[in-house]
Write a protein that binds this ligand. Structure first.
Ligand SMILES: Nc1ncnc2c1ncn2[C@@H]1O[C@H](COP(=O)(O)OP(=O)(O)O)[C@@H](O)[C@H]1O
Ligand SMILES: [Mg+2]
Length: 392
């Protein structure tokens, strides 16, 4: 049986990364441009499932192809310690290993960087992050290559470590070292970090918000993996499937997987396969994406979303205010937070709409249980009324 090519799993690179060619080229150019290129510090933000982690995977591939070394970390507590006690020492060991050593296609002579150590394990490798990074980049500079550090899931909770990390990277940049840095995080978790006074270098980093992918790119990302794996899909059928994704990257994989699954032994994927596959993908989407996303935000944020879900199209802020019984300023704050969290977007003046394709349907289906949850921890002004009905 032919393998289903789609990969609806967080962090797993898709068979075809749709709509990100420009970003990949930007990053490759920053490596080529040399120290000082602004793209050597890049941050990708976006909502859950927009492809932040796979974007980091991609820039790692680009760096490796260019002969760079790559270190991949996540901003969970202790990441600086892990850099200093695991990643950099292991690179240094490799670089200084006995005899000749091939690293990223270049042959390093024994004693690269001026060190001649018989026993690297016993060698006097510096223990702090900054000295280690300097040593590694000194050695790599002789071979005209550098090191890329990627940090996933940047979060303001780790601000202290990020400051330390930022200070070191900033020094390396000032010394024109071959260091590149790419990070990713939810917009709402990254923004407070960027506003931190100490982290000016992060503020100057290139920041890209990974949003929706265009319909034609989505079509290609569905069609090509299908064809490469021995099956067919007609153009009109493919358009139907692509439209159902709303351009949302995670849905490209989820819908792709389910439309393939309907009749995997048939040569051609039909319109009926798409209809059934899309319905199945939608059912999975709630548990995989919306449940965790809604758990991340406050109950008032959720109330706001439920209030929006009553509208067929975009919602007027004035309607939201009256449904919630709150003033414009109050609602405005929540509007901003939800935009930041990648859940909604501002359409025209005074209106907002959902930024994710199926969130409205999900909220409508789950309004009852969400209302109970909200009622449990909402301020009195937003509690359900006497007849048990939620006010919105
Ligand atoms: N540009 C894209 N084209 C096709 N599939 C994508 C794209 N970006 C992400 N995906 C898929 O979406 C899912 C979520 O990607 P991931 O990087 O884990 O999201 P995030 O880190 O933003 O939550 C993965 O299954 C991935 O393969
Ligand atoms: Mg991720």
């Amino acid at each position: 049986m032919v393998k289903n090519p789609f990969t609806p799993t967080f962090g797993v690179s898709p068979p075809l990364l749709a709509g990100r060619d420009d970003l990949i080229e930007e990053f490759a150019a920053a490596l080529d441009d040399g120290p000082g290129a602004s793209g050597r510090a890049t941050i990708y933000t976006g909502a859950r499932g927009t492809g932040k982690t796979v974007m980091l995977n991609k820039v790692q591939d680009v760096a490796k192809k260019n002969g760079w070394l790559v270190i991949s970390e996540t901003a969970t507590p202790g990441f600086i310690t892990r850099l200093a006690t695991i990643h950099l020492p292991s690179i240094l060991m490799d670089l200084m290993d006995q005899g000749k050593k091939r690293i990223s296609g270049v042959t390093l002579p024994f004693g690269a960087g001026g060190a001649t150590w018989d026993n690297p394990a016993a060698a006097n490798i510096p223990t702090n992050f900054r000295s280690q990074l300097e040593l590694v980049t000194d050695i790599l500079a002789e071979y005209d290559t550098g090191v890329l550090i990627t940090i996933d899931e940047i979060h303001y909770r780790q601000i202290d470590e990020l400051r330390e990390f930022g200070a070191t990277i900033q020094h390396a940049f000032r010394d024109s070292r071959n260091v590149a840095f790419a990070a990713a995080g939810l917009s709402s978790a990254v923004s407070p970090v960027l506003n931190d006074d100490v982290l000016t270098f992060l503020r100057r980093a290139e920041r890209y918000n990974l949003g929706r992918v265009s319909l034609s790119d989505v079509e290609q990302a569905i069609r090509e993996p299908i064809q490469e794996n021995g099956r067919e899909i007609d153009a009109a059928v493919c358009t139907e499937a692509a439209q159902a994704t709303g351009g949302y990257p995670f849905l490209i994989q989820l819908i792709g997987q389910y439309i393939w699954r309907q009749h995997p032994k048939e040569k051609t994927i039909t319109l009926a396969d798409v209809a059934e596959g899309v319905a199945a993908a939608r059912r999975r989407m709630g548990a995989l994406v919306y449940e965790p996303a809604l758990a991340d935000i406050s109950s008032i944020d959720r109330t706001f979303l439920v209030a929006m879900s009553q509208d067929a199209g975009p919602s007027k802020m004035s309607d939201i205010c009256s449904r919630l019984g709150v003033g414009t300023n109050y609602a405005g704050q929540y509007r901003l937070r939800l935009i930041e969290a990648g859940m909604i977007e501002s359409t025209t003046y005074g209106e907002v709409d959902f930024a994710q394709p199926l969130l409205k349907e999900y909220l409508r289906e789950h309004a009852a249980s969400l209302a109970t949850q909200i009622a449990a921890d909402a301020p009195t002004s937003l509690k359900p009324n006497k007849s048990g009905k939620f006010r919105i």
